[in-house]
Write a protein that binds this ligand. Structure first.
Ligand code: SF4
Ligand code: SF4
Length: 590
């Protein structure tokens, strides 16, 4: 695909995808997770050149891409920060073995937890695994750094981490478009056990080589132009990187800056040179004080954490407060946003017509403990459903239900996971239950998509990321193969049968798997059924329908009413109304 030099407006994630294309990448894998998802979604447009896939989880995605790089391909793997925990096992050892073709781990952090269960700082992984870390601060750099990461990876035969965060991944900026580079390597895995087999005999040798590589990378970081000093007023020198660089430039426009783009290994010589040239050193970094601690370890007196918050996202206004505090000025009071008080509250709720609602509603009739998981169904935590008692991480709904049960919890324990989460890391938990004679009830709320991150495909959907039809793996068959004998499928829109099955399975003295099967209506882009309305004359105002927590049912007036524009026609409210006051809207009523 020949392109003339041109400029395009791109998000950071689009730019990384473009960078992968231009760098000559031919293999890309990942697991969806905000804020990283759009990297692979954008790589699909280059599918003539790049094989790409959603893997069942980040570890699998990492290993598949690493093997491609061993064969000489240029490969990337994408994930969010918590996904890197899942892929940490192969990362640690791949750092020993190294790669042949370039291999870049694209990880996106979520400071402020817009869509995550924690806000861990992935920069730690670079030091932990002894691999280089590159951190772009805008879309243009996101593309450029991906290409540079690929070059560094091939030069030093090491995996490289390209770390972004929500603002870099999702903000838009101008990106220069260039031609695709060709990977000169022939794709072929060359057998060489001392190179690829980590039995202790060889692994010890690799460990020593890795140390030598670290020394070379240390020199590289000191001379690499991704780390640069911008001399301005020398009374204050700021060491920063990633999105914090943009904020710092706005708030301290006159200060000198050491911008770290190649941020691990730390460029010690450059840090010392910079510190020696300014009167005071301030470190501005989001989340953990990694650069600050290291700067201090070099014997440099610096300030940072006492003024820069370490929790949540930084922003221009946060740093303006930091600056005021540093300068002993009164911190300006924040002006309330115009009209903010008039905006209606929008509590997080399941969508109208969401199939998970039927399961939570049926569960609400039982005094059980429900171990939840990561996905849309986490919204079942909130009132009025209030039917989720825990969330730890992907797949934990199943294994923790088992642990609680085995610990001697008197109440029946239920584990709830989604379909994508089940394939991601739920299966081994189910094996644990069957193998170790557990008796929890596991419900897979199978809405036929990875809904929370924007409807990506997974092994159960029968479709690949590249748009090809494929085998749709059966959750029920996996359940049986794992040794669970009670496996039952329900239609969550059928309240009576759903209730009956849940009652039966909760009373069973053995483990069971319930698959609640109904596609996400948002993915299907159609209503589940006919729009409902409430006949005011029949309505006795018992408020039973409000217990569903459907945002289409408005309970703010004297009696509940259904917002016909929002109603998805799932029929749950009609089934639970004890006075037959709810029915489909007849033609002409709309
Ligand atoms: S459940 Fe039926 S009767 Fe009760 S408030 Fe809702 S519509 Fe009215
Ligand atoms: S049918 Fe009832 S429960 Fe279903 S979306 Fe419409 S109002 Fe909500």
């Amino acid at each position: 695909m020949a392109v003339k030099a041109q400029r395009q407006l791109m998000s950071g994630n689009e730019a990384i995808a473009r960078g992968a294309y231009e760098a000559g990448v031919t293999f890309a894998s990942g697991y969806p997770g905000t804020p990283s998802t759009e990297i692979l979604e954008n790589i699909v447009q280059y599918k003539e050149h790049i094989y790409c896939e959603w893997s069942p989880n980040e570890k699998v995605a990492f290993e598949a891409a690493a093997a491609a790089a061993w064969a000489g391909a240029r490969a990337i793997v994408t994930m969010k920060h918590v996904g890197l925990n899942v892929a940490a096992d192969p990362l640690m050892t791949l750092s020993y073995i190294g790669v042949e073709g370039g291999f870049v781990v694209c990880v996106a952090d979520d400071p402020g937890m817009h869509s995550s269960q924690n806000e861990q700082d992935s920069r730690h992984y670079a030091r932990f695994a002894k691999v280089p870390l590159l951190e772009p601060s805008d879309s243009s750099e996101a593309k450029e750094f991906l290409i540079r990461a690929m070059e560094i990876s091939e030069k030093y035969k090491t995996p490289v981490i390209l770390r972004t965060n929500t603002r870099v991944s999702h903000s838009y900026g101008i990106v220069e478009i260039a031609e695709r580079k060709k990977n000169p390597k022939k794709i072929a895995f060359e057998k060489n056990p001392p190179r690829f087999v980590t039995v202790p005999l060889y692994a010890r040798q690799m460990r020593n080589k890795m140390e030598q590589r670290s020394k070379e990378l240390f020199e590289e970081a000191n001379k690499n132009e991704l780390n640069k000093i911008e001399w301005r007023d020398k009374s204050l020198g700021i060491i920063t990187g990633s999105i914090s660089y943009q904020y710092a430039r706005e708030v301290w426009p006159d200060a000198s800056v050491l911008k770290l783009g190649f941020s691990y290994p730390f460029p010690d010589k450059l840090i010392k040179e910079f510190a020696a040239g300014v009167k005071k050193v301030l470190v501005v970094e989001e989340l953990d004080d990694i650069i600050e601690e290291h700067t201090r370890s070099l014997g440099i007196n610096c300030i940072g954490r006492e003024f820069i918050p370490g929790i949540g996202e930084l922003s221009i206004s946060t740093l303006q407060k930091s600056r005021a505090k540093m300068e002993g000025r009164q911190i300006p009071a924040e002006k309330p946003l115009k009209y903010a008080e008039q905006l209606p509250a929008r509590p997080p709720v399941l969508c109208p017509g969401c199939p998970h609602r039927g399961v939570f509603f049926a569960l609400a009739k039982h005094d059980v403990i429900v171990m939840g998981d990561i996905g849309c169904y986490s919204l079942g935590t909130f009132k009025p459903l209030s039917r989720l008692d825990s969330i730890l991480c992907m797949g934990a709904g199943i294994s923790m239900a088992h642990g609680l049960d085995k610990a001697g919890e008197k109440k029946k324990v239920v584990g709830i996971v989604g379909d994508s989460t089940f394939f991601h890391s739920g299966i081994t938990g189910l094996l644990d239950i069957a193998y170790n004679k557990g008796k929890s009830t596991i419900i897979v709320v199978d809405n036929r998509t990875t809904a929370m991150t924007g409807h990506q495909d997974h092994p159960g959907t029968g479709r690949t990321l590249m748009g090809e039809k494929t085998k749709a793996i059966s959750i029920e068959a996996i359940g049986k193969a794992c040794g669970i004998e009670r496996v039952v499928t329900i239609d969550p829109y059928d309240t009576e049968k759903t209730q009956k099955v849940i009652d039966e399975e909760l009373n069973a003295d053995e483990p069971s798997l319930i698959v609640s099967y109904a596609p996400c209506p948002l993915k299907e882009r159609k209503r589940v059924g006919e729009i409902r309305w409430i006949n005011e004359e029949l309505c006795k105002n018992c408020k039973m329908c409000l217990k569903l927590g459907c945002p289409a049912i408005d309970g703010s007036g004297e009696k509940p009413v259904i917002n016909k524009l929002m109603c998805s026609g799932c029929g749950l409210c009609e089934q639970i109304c004890p006075f037959d006051a709810i029915s489909p809207v007849e033609k002409g009523q709309l």
